[in-house]
Write a protein that binds this ligand. Structure first.
Ligand SMILES: NC(=O)c1ccc[n+]([C@@H]2O[C@H](COP(=O)([O-])OP(=O)(O)OC[C@H]3O[C@@H](n4cnc5c(N)ncnc54)[C@H](O)[C@@H]3O)[C@@H](O)[C@H]2O)c1
Length: 365
């Protein structure tokens, strides 16, 4: 097992000089025996141990992996601060195709690296890692969440993520239309995977009309079969979904970058509120949305249900306690809209200001 806490020049530059940096620690991990190559990035421990998932992905280069770890860990600081958790932000990436190289030996080696940080970083699932993987990691490392209930974990986090997004939508409706009910509103969901399909159920229960799309035909079919005569229709793709006439709310629940120079000008919805991380493709899109009079509920605010759930595992998981915490996403979202109005800035910028203030306050002696 080799632990290289030194870093190549571009990592050092990002850490110490870039505006996007400000990270506390970056650990490069290598275990030749299992083929593990990983990067653990701790952006901030100002509010507590850094918490964030492990992404297992076939990065095109090691530089790309480092950049992703730095970017994602920074995002986790903001998400955790906004969710009121006593956690800073961290994230790990394992380099390689999980279908090809993921083995028990590799996950155990990874667990030893996380354990070597002594609790400064707490890990969880992300793209390419699952509850069963965290059960393996946990055998070497007690700072592991996202485990199965049989192993003291909370299991699938998408249930509370969907619930939190639904609360964000209700808050957005309250802000824009003076009523949190979504009865009679038309809501479009792009991506009906783990989070999206739970979101459909919340919306139907509240009386909304739901339009769905997904690149996987079987995911769409599963929902249409479940609701043959009530309130759900499907369109061919996301491009069609965002142009649906009379759409009230658009919920990106697939991949990042859904809000960009191509999509924002043609959106028919008045509200954007969804689960996907990093929805704004580049800085400035939040202003384009505001200029078109579209209310954007910041992604990391409304999708915090999952991290609220995994953080709770460290205290002995209690579903009702977590659900109550995730329900507060309603108030948090309203507070962000209020601050945005007060400061004359888009909600995404207001959310960043509030999160940064919380982190700065926590650093006081
Ligand atoms: N699962 C969680 O607890 C959680 C927490 C916070 C944020 N998120 C974010 O929410 C999003 C959804 O997460 P998930 O766990 O439901 O993932 P998932 O992989 O289960 O679902 C994503 C769905 O999107 C579909 N999809 C992919 N590309 C698409 C496209 N171009 N158009 C339409 N559909 C497309 C996929 O086929 C899949 O069904 C991700 O961005 C994830 O990072 C998830």
């Amino acid at each position: 097992m080799t632990d290289v806490t030194g870093a190549p020049a571009d990592v050092l530059h990002t850490l110490f000089h870039s505006d996007q940096g400000g990270h506390e620690q970056v650990v490069l991990c290598q275990d030749r025996a299992s083929g593990l190559k990983a990067v653990i990035a701790i952006h901030s421990t100002a509010l507590g141990p850094a918490l964030g998932g492990t992404r297992f992905y076939p990065y095109a280069s090691e530089e790309e992996a480092v950049a992703d770890a730095l970017n994602l860990s920074r995002g986790m600081s903001y998400k955790n601060a906004m969710a009121g958790l006593d956690h800073g932000g961290g994230k790990a990436v394992i380099i390689g195709d999980p279908e090809q190289i993921k083995t028990e030996e590799l996950l155990l080696a990874y667990g030893r690296f996380v354990a070597s940080l002594g609790g400064r970083y707490v890990t969880a699932c992300d793209v390419g890692t699952y509850v069963a993987d965290m059960d393996v990691v946990a055998r070497e490392c007690r700072w592991t969440t996202g485990r199965s209930p049989e192993n003291g974990g909370a299991g699938d986090s998408s249930v509370l993520t969907a619930f939190g997004v639904f609360q964000g939508m209700r808050a957005s409706a309250q802000h824009l239309w003076g009523d949190p009910s979504l009865r009679g509103r038309k809501v479009g969901i792009a991506g009906v995977g783990k989070v999206g399909h739970h979101l459909v159920e919340h919306l139907l229960e509240d009386g909304a009309e739901v339009v769905i799309t997904d690149v996987r035909a079987e995911s769409v079919r599963r929902i249409l079969d479940r609701h043959p005569s009530s309130g759900v229709t499907a369109v061919a793709d996301t491009d069609a979904l965002i142009r649906v006439e009379g759409l009230d709310i658009y919920a990106p629940c697939a991949l990042g970058g859904a809000l960009n120079d191509g999509s924002v000008p043609v959106l028919t919805a008045k509200i954007v509120c969804g689960a996907a991380n990093n929805q704004l493709e580049h800085a400035g899109v939040e202003k384009d949305l505001a200029d078109r009079g579209i209310l954007y509920a910041p992604d990391y605010v409304v999708n915090a249900g999952g991290v609220i759930q995994v953080a709770d595992e460290l205290h002995g998981f209690d579903f009702e306690r977590c659900r109550a915490k995730a329900a507060k996403i309603f108030d948090t979202t309203l507070a962000i809209f209020a601050r945005a109005k007060e400061d004359g800035i888009p909600p995404a910028a207001a959310a960043d200001r509030i999160a940064e203030h919380r982190m700065a306050e926590a650093r006081r002696p």
